[in-house]
Design a protein around this ligand. Structure first.
Ligand code: KIV
Length: 275
């Protein structure tokens, strides 16, 4: 008997597929992805949507925060993730400075992500203040994912990257932002670093999927930054990060053994040489 699944095997997942999964009560997952090989692995694993996030600024390009990354740097990563996948929905982040000035500039940059990168959707940060941008993109046929709570592009006003957002009365404000994004036509909202009860409240109030990252267990879907998930990043990580592997340790061990083999003339041996 062929496996019966509500997820398409022969075409890209759409925002309607994500909504349908949420409507039937199915939890689904997202990961960030910045290159062809990881994208293919994550799709094979059943991760339904991949975000080419501006965390690539830190994870790939070595910047201190997400602010410096540009459209020119992100687009080739979007294209690589699209080339490495057949069914995953690919969401491209709009970087800092690419949409804040207004709907026109937001539209021009979102169009670039779809035309040059091949993404199927874009993500931007903010609530009521970006509603005109969200409405303009949706009117142009571009699916938009919102991002609330800890919004890393606002690190300089939030006072650091480890602050839990939305406590107390700020929770009501955040809920109003989420509802405004939904009204403007966003297909989903990422909720980052907020108390679990606010994650539950927002998920219950919104029809569209709420994608949690440090927002407790009750969101409709989850997203993680893949090097955090796989243990490639080291040092102190936010409390919500669960490491599912120790890639840092594995890679370190592999590279050390390789370097030692070369030094000891054990590699390459006969078996790895041409006759
Ligand atoms: O850029 C990114 O990776 C993100 C996730 C943290 C949601 O926005």
């Amino acid at each position: 008997m062929p496996e019966v699944t509500a997820w398409p095997a022969d075409r890209r997942i759409t925002v309607s597929d994500l909504q349908a999964a949420t409507d039937r009560g199915e939890r689904w997952s997202m990961l960030t992805s910045y290159d062809t090989l990881t994208a293919g692995v994550f799709e094979l694993a059943g991760v339904r949507a991949l975000l080419v996030g501006d965390t690539s600024a830190e994870m790939v390009l070595g910047y201190r925060d997400t602010l410096p990354v540009t459209m020119e740097e992100l687009i080739p990563m979007v294209a690589a993730v699209v080339r490495g996948t057949r069914t995953a929905l690919v969401v491209a982040d709009l970087p800092f400075g690419s949409y804040q000035a207004g709907p026109e500039v937001a539209l021009a940059n979102a169009v670039r992500h779809l035309k040059e990168g091949g993404a199927q959707a874009v993500k931007l940060e903010g609530g009521r203040r970006v509603v005109p941008q969200v409405a303009a993109l949706v009117a142009a046929g571009i699916p938009v994912m919102g991002h609330l709570g800890l919004t890393p592009q606002s690190v300089n006003v939030l006072g650091g990257m480890r602050r839990v957002q939305g406590r107390g009365e700020a929770g009501d404000d955040l809920l109003a932002d989420a509802l405004a994004l939904q009204r403007a036509g966003a297909f989903a909202v990422v909720l980052e670093s907020v108390p679990a009860d606010l994650g539950r409240r927002v998920s219950a109030a919104l029809r569209i999927p709420v994608v949690g990252i440090g927002a407790g267990p009750d969101c409709d879907a989850q997203i993680m930054v893949w090097p955090d998930m796989a243990g490639l990043t080291s040092g102190r990580l936010p409390q919500f990060v669960q490491r599912y592997a120790d890639l840092h340790g594995e890679l370190l061990d592999a590279a050390r053994r390789y370097a030692a083999d070369v030094a000891a003339r054990r590699y390459p041996d006969q078996a790895h040489s041409y006759a």
